[in-house]
Design a protein around this ligand. Structure first.
Ligand SMILES: [Zn+2]
Length: 409
């Protein structure tokens, strides 16, 4: 190598190291909130002087500021605290759920700056109609932060190809082969990057970063309403499969003698633990939705044998499905969301008993089953995390002057 080439190679390498270090710091600040310089040193393994220089880049770009730390009783000099500035980089998060549409503006660091959720009647609606409704919600909440939005994340109750936000099927919406990413770009009249993913996957991401599964690395997030979806985190990374279709645990075959599933198969897990199964066996209208579910739980708590049997049966089938998943994935944590999270306090002992009887001893001992902690908003918050990902992965693209930032978007 000629000397000049060598110098270029070293320069490129140090530039890629700088970018990776910026990413590590911003990710820590975004996920953990304000941190002292010393905490950043210990979390990233970077030197004190490297941290100082890199923090300076975020401060001059307006993404963070430093405040002098008060003495906290620890020895040594107090370390300045670095805070992300939420409204300098924001994302628009959208959600198409079974019963509702939602939009939120979320700032760097995870602060929800504004949020709206509206009920929608169940049933089949044209994708153009839904995207127009989402665009209206977005306009309602976004006005003060419009100039700081760096991306858009969308959670949808369907099977999604991540690369372009193409929804291959969404039975609850009656959608087949819908280019949702393109429709949103047109509906929102934007050229900002738009990511779309399945709501189960995004609920898992949110619970992992900000909810019940913080700092866990092998987690099954399983959420049920009409359908049952899953987000599987393996070794700290979401399991996507070849194209993003992985995690459809609702269609795990558990009962060959069971009911016909919406997917065309028979005895899928969701035909035993989904909303319709619970409502039907409790003698309620199968399409009654959340209100009817709450009625069944009230009846069960009040001692109705029919309602209690329906709830117990759901618990039994939740345990059967989980036992198989625990054997395959060896998770440290199973987080139950939506209907399954709501059922958990009623059936936790049944689930534990099924796991004792059916799961292999070693993985069974390691696993804990807990309800989700972010509630209904988990997928929406996960959509925000998805939209932040390009910034977190390579913040250097946003650190230039404003024109460069616009081009990076
Ligand atoms: Zn199925």
């Amino acid at each position: 190598l000629a000397v000049a080439e060598l110098r270029d190679a070293v320069g490129l390498r140090s530039e890629s190291v700088r970018r990776a270090n910026l990413s590590a710091i911003l990710r820590e600040l975004h996920i953990s909130g304000p941190l002292s310089r010393s905490e950043l040193v210990s979390r990233t393994g970077l030197t004190r002087s490297a941290i100082r220089g890199l923090i300076g880049e975020f401060v001059s770009a307006g993404l963070a500021f430093e405040e002098p730390a008060a003495h906290l009783g620890s020895p040594g000099r107090p370390s300045p605290v670095v805070r992300p500035i939420p409204d300098q980089a924001t994302v628009l998060a959208l959600e198409v759920a079974v019963d509702s549409l939602a939009a939120a503006c979320v700032g760097l660091g995870g602060d929800v700056l504004s949020r709206v959720r509206v009920d929608r009647p169940r049933g089949h609606f044209a994708p153009e109609e839904i995207t127009a409704d989402l665009a209206r919600l977005a306009r309602r909440i976004l006005r003060p932060w419009r100039d700081s939005v760096i991306g858009i994340g969308t959670a949808v109750v369907g099977v999604v190809r991540r690369s372009d936000g193409f929804v291959s099927v969404a039975p609850n919406l009656g959608w087949d082969d819908v280019p949702l990413g393109d429709l949103l770009a047109a509906g929102l009249k934007t050229d900002l990057p738009i990511s779309v993913a399945n709501e189960g996957d995004l609920g898992a991401l949110a619970e992992l970063r900000r909810g019940a599964a913080r700092r866990a690395s092998d987690v099954l997030f399983i959420s049920g309403e009409v359908g049952v979806g899953g987000g599987l985190i393996v070794g700290g990374k979401p399991l996507t499969g070849a194209a993003g279709y992985a995690g459809e645990v609702g269609h795990l075959g558990v009962n060959p003698a069971g009911q016909l599933c919406r997917c065309g198969s028979v005895g899928c897990w969701e035909t035993e633990v989904g909303e319709r199964a619970l409502l039907t066996s409790a003698g309620h209208a199968p399409d009654g939705g959340r209100e009817e579910i709450e009625a069944v739980l009230r009846e069960a708590a009040a001692g109705s044998p029919v309602a209690a049997a329906a709830v117990d049966s759901a618990g039994h089938w939740i345990g059967i499905g989980l036992a198989g998943l625990v054997n395959v994935f060896n998770p440290e944590l199973v987080v139950l969301g939506g209907l399954l999270g709501r059922l958990h306090p009623f059936v936790d002992s049944i689930i534990e008993r099924e796991l004792d009887q059916r799961a292999l001893r070693a993985p069974r001992r390691l696993v804990r089953v807990v309800p989700a902690s972010l509630g209904l908003d988990a997928p929406l918050l996960g959509a925000a995390e998805l939209a932040f990902e390009p910034l977190l992965a390579d913040p250097a693209r946003w650190l230039g002057p404003r024109e460069v930032r616009a081009a990076a978007g």
